[in-house]
Design a protein around this ligand. Structure first.
Ligand code: ADP
Ligand code: MG
Length: 657
């Protein structure tokens, strides 16, 4: 005597209880089904047939009673093992077909094999062969709404057979079909039964039921007749090759793990995710705005911050970071600023830590050439200018020591003065310009500093001898500031300290002067920039948070809209973790698309900024960081909806609207 494949004893199922009135749908079902049987379960609508089938197919658990599958008590199996059983042992055919609307016929048929971990090539071939066999070769690429009812039902039969379909559970498979398509489906089931599949057919139609070898009648949750009891020998007329209970049990104990499934599932999940996003383009785009703006703002703001930082550093560095500036300052707000004299300058020049020293006296002054007027910075300084500021002359030459001694009216003009004021003369050398109405002869043109520093204003300057500035223009003798080049660029701090001590001594201990240097200014600038970056970063973080909530929202909506799809996937053998993985993949995909779009947007905005001459420096770190944040957002905010989907009860999901 073989162990029955399916053995139900005293199975009861009731709904409600508690507040709702209790409904007893199944009231004690005893039933054995052996390998190779073709069974019809008939009964009026509402008699509990579908409920029984859901229990048989391990989509639902009975309220009480025992269900043994191949001798094993199903109640002891966990949800993964039940999923394995649905995937490997059963094939479902529903009255409403239950195909996934977004997938093609081929994809629908392939689905159970994805969860079983069949390699892609085998999967494609097998699904195509099954569709061929069911006469749907030319309909592989069609989506369910492009197929007739009969064709959809044949697709669902192909799906049921995809993993073998040892036990076909068909719930009113012809219920929604016209008589011709219905007859086709019935002869298919007939054929399957004769090939050794167990077919359990549920119907309210006695004519349909008559095709089966065994007819069980159910009324109000109880079996009222079973043809096998009238004719016991029919029970074991299994066709040759029929799957025996023992085979399945062996396979079940071999381990419920489908190895290598994750790859196929991931491809499927990415594919499905992409499809969903594409179908709801507009909704997706709106939801992703948060992430897009978040990512784009992080990248752009960091790029602008970095760009301006580099620019400032270049500007300062262009004049040399070993330069210390000295100027008078007020020791407290009520006293006038101290004065740095040329005697001070001479004293400092003798310090060993000082390489060069240059007093500067200067201010904005009106400059005229021909009938053109221009306002420019005019500085009186000495011949150290080109070397101390690392600023060569490109036309003519710098003024000489003799010019300085004679307070000669000669000028070396900056690039901008050359292009603004003397643009019409081929050779500016030898021309006369008026500075505050005093004529000066141009002897040289400075190289373009702005080209390296990014600040073209530094080119708007004129250098004249210190003596000439003092005597001819400004009428003061003391320098406005003094530029000092430290002997060793790495020991600027020490040089500064030496100068400070010397000056304190010369100024009778009064701190009425100020020393600054570019290195310190660069550091201060960098600190400001970092604070700014932090602030921008938090703004971006907030928009990512908003984006994450958007992702969560869209995912919750998706789960609700696709509850039935989740049910179908579970019926074909998806485990909870497969569903979790799928919806998590979708959430991550959403964020990835949002992140990539954000980066693209950032590059476009950056491009526009570069065109409008804003300093922008994109960093790979910022781009990757922002993208990573978007990814994490997807995982974090997608997890809750995905878990919600995974925890759905298969029957509830299947029967949802
Ligand atoms: P059949 O498939 O034979 O038409 P069903 O098994 O679908 O019948 O349903 C049998 C009875 O169980 C019906 O009266 C139905 O109202 C009830 N029923 C089914 N599902 C639920 C449920 N989730 N909650 C409450 N009652 C239910
Ligand atoms: Mg039903």
């Amino acid at each position: 005597m073989h162990t029955p494949l399916i053995e139900l004893s005293a199975i009861r199922k009731s709904y409600g209880g508690g507040d709702a009135p209790e409904v007893h749908v199944l009231r004690g079902i005893d039933l054995s089904i052996h390998a190779g049987e073709f069974v019809a379960i008939v009964g009026a609508s509402g008699s509990g047939k579908s409920t029984l089938m859901n229990i048989l197919g391990c989509l639902d658990r009975p309220t009480s009673g025992e269900y043994r599958f191949a001798g094993d008590n199903v109640a002891t199996l966990d949800s993964d093992e039940l999923a394995w059983l649905r995937r490997e042992a059963f094939g479902f055919v529903f009255q409403g077909y239950h195909l996934i609307p977004a997938g093609s016929a081929q994809e629908n048929v392939e689905m159970p094999a994805i969860y079983a971990g069949l390699p892609a090539a085998e999967r494609h071939a097998r699904a195509a062969a099954l569709l061929d066999r069911l006469g749907l070769a030319s309909r592989r690429g069609n989506r369910p709404h492009q197929l007739s009812g009969g064709q959809q039902q044949r697709v669902s039969i192909a799906r049921a057979l995809m993993n073998g379909g040892h036990i076909i559970l068909a719930d009113e498979p012809t219920g929604a079909l016209d008589s011709h398509s219905g007859a086709e489906v019935m002869s298919l089931l007939d054929e399957l039964a004769s090939q050794g599949h167990v077919v359990i057919l549920i119907t309210h139609d006695r004519e349909v039921a008559a095709r089966a070898k065994r007819i069980i009648e159910i009324r109000d949750g109880l079996i009222i007749s079973d043809s096998a009891e009238d004719n016991p020998s029919a029970q074991h007329s299994a066709a040759p090759g029929a799957l025996q209970a023992v085979d399945l049990r062996k396979r079940l104990t071999q381990g419920a793990e489908a190895t290598g499934a994750w790859k196929g599932e991931l491809v499927d999940a990415v594919h499905a995710a992409w499809r969903v996003m594409w179908v709801n383009k507009f909704r997706t785009a709106l939801t992703l705005l948060g992430i897009i703006i978040g990512v784009a703002s992080v990248v752009v703001m960091l790029a602008v911050g970095e760009g301006s930082k580099r620019q400032v550093m270049a500007q300062m560095g262009a004049f040399g970071s070993n330069i210390i500036y000295l100027s008078g300052s007020a020791p407290n707000p009520r006293t006038p600023p101290g004065i740095v004299t040329l005697d001070d300058v001479a004293a400092i020049a003798s310090l060993p830590q000082v390489k060069q020293i240059m007093p500067v006296i200067g201010q904005e002054a009106g400059v005229r050439f021909g009938n053109l007027d221009h306002l420019s910075y005019v500085g009186g300084n000495d011949t150290h200018f080109p070397s101390i500021f690392n600023w060569p002359v490109v036309e003519g030459s710098y003024f000489t020591r003799a010019d300085e001694q004679n307070a000669a009216a000669v000028a070396v003009i900056g690039h901008k003065v050359r292009t603004k004021l003397l643009k019409d003369v081929a050779n500016p050398i030898g021309q006369y310009i008026l500075i505050e109405n005093v004529p000066f002869q141009v002897v040289g043109v400075l190289a373009e500093k702005g080209a390296s520093s990014g600040d073209s204003d530094s080119d708007d300057r004129i250098a004249i001898p210190y003596s000439a500035a003092s005597v001819r223009l400004f009428g003061t003798h003391n320098p406005e500031y003094v530029a000092i080049a430290a002997a060793d660029a790495r020991k600027v701090k020490e040089a500064e300290q030496a100068i400070e001590q010397l000056l304190l001594r010369l100024h009778n201990g009064k701190q009425d002067f100020e020393l600054t240097n570019n290195a310190a200014m660069i550091q201060a600038e960098a600190r400001t920039q970092n604070t700014l970056s932090l602030m921008l970063g938090s703004i971006a973080a907030i928009s990512l948070l908003v984006g994450g909530i958007g992702v969560m929202n869209i995912m919750l909506m998706t789960v609700r809209e696709r509850t039935r799809e989740i049910g179908i996937r579970m019926a074909t053998g998806a485990r909870q973790r497969d569903i979790l993985r799928q919806f998590l993949t979708e959430a991550v995909m959403l964020s990835v698309v949002g992140g990539l779009t954000g980066i693209a947007l950032a590059l476009i905005v950056g491009g526009v900024l570069i065109l409008s001459e804003v300093a922008v420096a994109f960093s790979l770190f910022a781009v990757l960081g922002a993208f990573g944040c978007a990814l994490v957002t997807g995982v974090v905010f997608g997890f809750m909806p995905a878990r919600k989907a995974a925890r759905l009860d298969p029957v509830t999901a299947l029967t949802s609207e």
